[in-house]
Design a protein. Sequence first.
Length: 181
Amino acid sequence: MTHLVANDLIIFMDNQKVSVHATRKFGRGVFADRFIKKGELIAAFDGPIFDEDYEPWTRDMYNHAIQFGRAIWRDSKGMARLINHSCEPNCGIKALFKVVAMRDINSGEQITWDYEMTEKNLHWKMKCKCGNKNCRGVIGNYSNMPLEVRKKYKGHISEWLTSPSTKAKTKIRPKLIKKSI
Ligand SMILES: [Zn+2]
């Protein structure tokens, strides 16, 4: 049997201490069911990879896949795509695809990250109503993230935005390789 497999396919597991619930204002969200320690992996973008030529880009993909190169995005198979944005998040991005706790998270807290930790393109932005006193109002492009916020997130911003070597690598379109099992 032959499958097509993206060459950087990595299987991640969602953290067993989180689950999906309805939120009061923002549709579904991911919440901590138990205490989660700083540094723990929450979920990861481990799903299909799309470039800008992909057809058809759906509204669902547009709103849930994350950017990991100049013109390339990845969705998740698990909960990662349902984690909401906050301008005062408790999680950040490690490497390119991992959502990791930036601080200790208590049971019952909603899991959030800042979508500008991965996005840098002209095509996507959203009005933010996270309600935090530091809310930046419109979210969409890492270039607009204030310096003090970048400093606060240090080590938790996607490597394609912070590491020149990763940036160079991700300009290459993902090659599909044939894998026989
Ligand atoms: Zn906000």
